[in-house]
Design a protein around this ligand. Structure first.
Ligand code: SF4
Length: 216
């Protein structure tokens, strides 16, 4: 779940002192995805590259750990917090245990965030490394593709260390961010975050994690 109150109190940045934003590299157009692409095009995130009042720091934890292209990988037995706690694993599509590598890369991303004094992270939802709202539950290419509420490993480590993370699908949060970066931007109050969508509320209606406030 996103932290709207945090976004509201973010400072108004200037070109001399831009807002320091950490982004999943693929959301910024870097071809670091498992298949050597940028995992699609997300205008809601790419827009952030155009603000002189934002300084974008890019990082791809999976590429740092396993290169690109690489096998697809997902979390098995829990979310990114569970991986950090030794209760779940990241496995490649062919079943290779990539848990240690992704934890090491998550720490590299955390050190980058700390060194760069990042004020907000905008990360790719669904990814077992970068997701912040929804990730796959097991192999996404398996027979019964499933989703779970939760963060990927790198996002979980950032959140656990006090950083706030939103995804490219958190449109209400992004509206607030656009307004901070350009006060002439009129906030579209009809936009909603991913956890407020009909799909999310229906899919996870029986999940004990529904309405939990992991980042608050
Ligand atoms: S690990 Fe993160 S930055 Fe890298 S391709 Fe996956 S979602 Fe994008």
């Amino acid at each position: 779940m996103t932290d709207i109150a945090y976004l509201r109190q973010l400072r108004i940045p200037t070109t001399e002192d831009p807002l320091r934003i950490l982004m999943s590299a693929c959301l910024a157009g870097v071809t670091c995805g498992y298949d050597g692409t940028a995992n699609g095009t997300y205008p809601s995130a790419l827009r952030l590259l155009g603000y002189a009042t934002a300084r974008i720091v890019r990082f791809c934890p999976e590429e740092a750990a396993f290169g690109a292209p690489r096998e697809m990988c997902d979390l098995h037995g829990g979310d990114g917090f569970d991986v950090l706690d030794g209760k779940a694993k990241m496995l490649s599509e062919s079943g290779i245990d990539w848990t240690d590598g992704i934890i090491e890369a998550a720490h590299s991303m955390l050190h980058l965030a700390q060194n760069e004094k990042i004020e907000l992270a905008v990360m790719m939802d669904i990814s077992g490394a970068c997701g912040s709202q929804v990730i796959y539950d097991g192999n996404r290419f398996g027979e019964n593709k499933k989703y779970q509420i939760g963060a990927g490993v790198a996002a979980a480590l950032l959140i656990r260390n006090g950083f706030k993370v939103i995804s490219q699908r958190d449109f209400a949060s992004l509206e607030l961010l656009y307004h901070k970066l350009d006060p002439t931007h009129v906030i579209d109050s009809s936009r909603i975050d991913h956890h407020q969508t009909d799909w999310y509320l229906e899919y996870f209606k029986d999940s004990p994690k529904l309405n939990t406030t992991a980042q608050l």
